[in-house]
Design a protein around this ligand. Structure first.
Ligand SMILES: *Cc1c(COP(=O)(O)O)cnc(C)c1O
Length: 446
């Protein structure tokens, strides 16, 4: 059985405790469709859900998918019996408190005690909010992000009607500092987005250098660490990554996605601002929702209105069980994925059939099969992707700049190559990396 069934008993226990808190209410029976019909529908649903890749299994090493921790699943389910709304204290008293605690722990991971922040639907919403604030502070000024930054920044800038430009990356997928310095010197840059952990390759923009340019040019620095943020806790990073994380607290705003590496179900992003004063930008004069207390309602500092309190319950419970501490169990899980990626890199690099782009900065490896032309390499990547899937090994494909591979030549108009990409997010990947390499090698014999 791949799924954990035992913990359902814990949910039953906790639900009884929750019941006890409402025992003084007059008896009533909530409307129900009847167990028999619900069972039928759910069994049909289970059948439909079988149509998925096995994201939870170590042989799924493709896209950024990591199963939520059982405690997150249980906490979410438990909170669903209340279904609190963290928009305002009226709708989610307990879970608003849990959200504030959990977000404070995330901010503390970056060294912040005073800050303003909250959970969002995901990294896209969190980045939207960060750029919305940036745009109010530097109206009409340019937003810069690297050409490997998540495409959402360009789209968000469009929504916010802020001018957006890309800065070229170097051969390691990091923002090129000469290109940034040159562009910033024109004086019209309002915000630079530094990605700590690009979505394609897990590369980190050199944050200390970006911050040094901020001193000179006065732009805001927003760190998009939606994917990589939790690696701030890892102790097995190489120099560029360790330096960038060491200075992350100097950024103006940070985005991190608990639903990527934080063991949460989808619907959990987080944005934090270094200056709590940005709260003034959210001011509105809604005549309703906020009458229960003088205390801060999360809806007063977020663009989204209704938000699930269950998300906060799940995150809080996970961080209680696995505190965000260096050398703690959670940090060790991240370190294992990174170690798996380093071993994978070593194995791919020492064989003759594949060529990795560069040593992974986090836990993502990109590599190509050998071949004589970009066309042949790209076609082989696709064949191997399919052959691997037939063997139960699920990788991903990516279209990346040729310059990520030393010695690989651009071919006329063609500046990118289709490559294989593997995200080793699960701690269990460390035990499975040998098997993953074997399966991969057997694919190239097809
Ligand atoms: C995933 C990701 C996003 C988008 O976040 P969602 O949670 O998918 O909305 C933004 N930036 C980076 C670097 C990401 O990896």
């Amino acid at each position: 059985m791949p799924f954990d069934h035992d913990s359902l008993e814990i949910l039953d226990r906790a639900l009884k405790k929750l019941d006890a808190g409402f025992s003084q209410l007059p008896e009533f029976s909530p409307a129900s469709a009847g167990a028999e019909r619900m069972r039928e529908v759910l069994v049909t649903l289970a059948e439909k859900l079988q149509d998925n890749y096995p994201y939870f299994h170590p042989l799924y090493a493709g896209q950024m998918l990591k199963p939520p921790h059982p405690v997150a699943r249980l906490a979410y389910s438990l909170a669903m019996y209340i279904n609190p709304n963290n928009h305002a204290l009226d709708g989610g008293r307990a879970t608003s408190e849990l959200e504030k605690e959990a977000v404070a722990e995330i901010a503390a991971m970056f060294g912040w005690k005073e800050f303003l922040g909250h959970l969002c639907g995901g990294g896209t919403m969190a980045n939207l909010e960060a750029l919305w604030v940036a745009g109010q502070i530097h109206p009409m000024k340019i937003v810069l992000a690297s050409d490997q930054a998540h495409y959402t920044h360009q789209r968000i800038s469009g929504v916010l009607q802020l001018p957006f430009e890309k800065v070229e990356c170097d051969s390691h997928g990091r923002m090129d500092m000469n290109a940034l310095a040159k562009r910033a010197a024109r004086g019209d840059v309002g915000t630079v987005v530094a990605t700590l952990g690009t979505t394609a390759t897990g590369s980190l923009d050199p944050l200390p250098e970006i911050l040094a340019l901020r001193e000179k040019f006065g732009f805001r620095v927003h760190v998009d660490a939606a994917y990589g943020g939790y690696f701030a806790l890892a102790s097995n990073l190489a120099e560029n990554a360790a330096r960038s994380f060491a200075s992350v607290g100097k950024a103006d705003s940070i985005v991190i996605d608990p639903h990527k590496h934080g063991l949460q179900p989808y619907g959990c992003g987080c944005v934090v601002f270094r200056d709590p004063g940005v709260g003034r930008l959210y001011k509105h004069d809604s005549p309703y929702t906020y009458f229960s207390s003088a205390e801060l309602h999360l809806g007063e500092i977020s663009l989204e209105c209704s938000r699930p309190g269950a998300v906060a319950a799940a995150l809080w419970a996970t961080q209680k069980l696995l505190p965000l501490a260096r050398a703690g169990e959670f940090a060790k899980g991240l370190e294992r994925g990174r170690e798996a990626a380093l071993r994978f890199f070593g194995a791919v690099n020492s064989g003759h059939k594949f060529i990795p782009a560069f040593a992974p900065e986090l836990d993502i490896l990109v590599f190509v099969p050998t071949g004589d032309s970009l066309r042949e390499i790209s076609a082989k990547s696709r064949q191997i992707f399919e052959a691997a899937a037939r063997r139960g090994l699920h990788l991903a494909l990516a279209e990346l700049p040729v310059k990520f591979w030393r010695g690989m030549q651009e071919d006329g108009e063609r500046t990118t190559v289709t490559c294989l990409r593997s995200v080793l997010m699960k701690p269990e990947h460390l035990e499975w990396v040998g098997r993953i390499v074997e399966l991969l090698e057997s694919c190239s014999r097809d």
